[in-house]
Design a protein. Structure first.
Length: 312
């Protein structure tokens, strides 16, 4: 399935806030790209849901000035419609420069790299002139290895909770800290990231935050990507970084809801539902399954039925 065929009947992105389920596969790209205006305005990939323009890890220090100049020129030509647009600054100082750029009012949000409980204040100070921008913190430093530090970070983020679209998990940076690179044949859940993902889910999801799934960095292992997407969904992660346009279609196709899950979710939320009942060989209990059912139907509204997507 091509990106161009995805969600062509959706409302224009500018009509809705940047909610979690609208992110889909967020295509990352360095700010040095010559085709940045076409990407940001949705011309190159018309069906793309969201993109992130990066000035951090994907841009060498010697190219930073050129990247910022390129970004400044692209933002000055932003059209009202397009995919959800997020910027990834290099640090709080670069973020302060970004929010002064012409066109920032048509950017939806920012990803905050290397975020911890110590630099959050600097990032928020830099964001003060652009209060419309949503926030996607990226957990990708040693803070991820300490539940107490994660809790302190979460408590501080609670102060701006209404602006947080989701928490992004910086899988490659976390593996880098451990001196590990994920082998092609393994999913993120077959590495030490599994423990980190579990801790983030426990610390943040229970407090109402959504999380994105780590990037899958290999382009020639679609079967492993498919397995990782299954595990993402089991863990409740329904947004994922894409490093190449070829990953967007498979990622978002995986988010389509299997027909049986849609039937069960509707039955759980039906006003006439019994306190407990059996359906398709499963116990259904509205008291304990209603949250899952509501999320499943929201996912259905965003991504459709799996069979429909397969035939699109």
């Amino acid at each position: 399935m091509s990106i161009d065929s995805l969600r062509q009947t959706d409302p224009a992105p500018g009509d809705l806030p940047p909610t979690y389920l609208r992110l889909g596969a967020s295509l990352y790209m360095p700010a040095t790209r010559a085709d940045l205006p076409s990407l940001l305005n949705g011309h190159k990939f018309p069906g793309l849901r969201s993109l992130v323009v990066c000035t951090e890890d994907s841009v060498h220090a010697r190219d930073l000035a050129r990247a910022l100049a390129n970004l400044r020129a692209a933002l000055s030509h932003l059209e009202p419609a397009g995919p959800l647009r997020f910027l990834r600054p290099r640090n709080p100082e670069i973020l302060a420069e970004m929010v002064r750029m012409r066109g920032i009012e048509r950017v939806d949000g920012v990803c905050l790299p290397k975020l911890d409980e110590h630099n959050l204040g600097d990032y928020l100070d830099a964001l003060a002139p652009a209060r419309h921008l949503a926030i996607m913190p990226i957990v990708e430093t040693e803070v991820a290895f300490c539940r107490d530090r994660l809790r302190r970070l979460r408590v501080r983020l609670d102060q701006v909770r209404e602006r947080v679209t989701c928490i992004r998990i910086g899988g490659n940076d976390l593996l880098h800290l451990l001196g590990i690179r994920r082998p092609k044949e393994l999913t993120a859940y077959d590495t030490p990231l599994r423990r980190v993902i579990d801790d983030l889910i426990i610390e943040f999801r229970g407090q109402g935050y959504d999380l994105s799934a780590p990037v899958f960095e290999h382009l020639d292992c679609p079967h492993v990507l498919a397995r990782e997407l299954e595990l993402d969904l089991i863990h409740g992660l329904m947004a994922k970084t894409a490093i190449h346009p070829s990953q967007v279609g498979p990622i978002e196709a995986a988010y389509a809801v299997p027909p049986g899950e849609a039937v069960l979710a509707r039955a759980v939320l039906a006003p006439e539902a019994a306190g407990v009942f059996r359906l398709n060989g499963q116990m259904a209990e509205p008291t304990t399954h209603s949250h899952w059912a509501a999320r499943t139907l929201a996912r259905l509204d965003a991504y459709g039925l799996r069979g429909d997507r397969a035939n699109a």
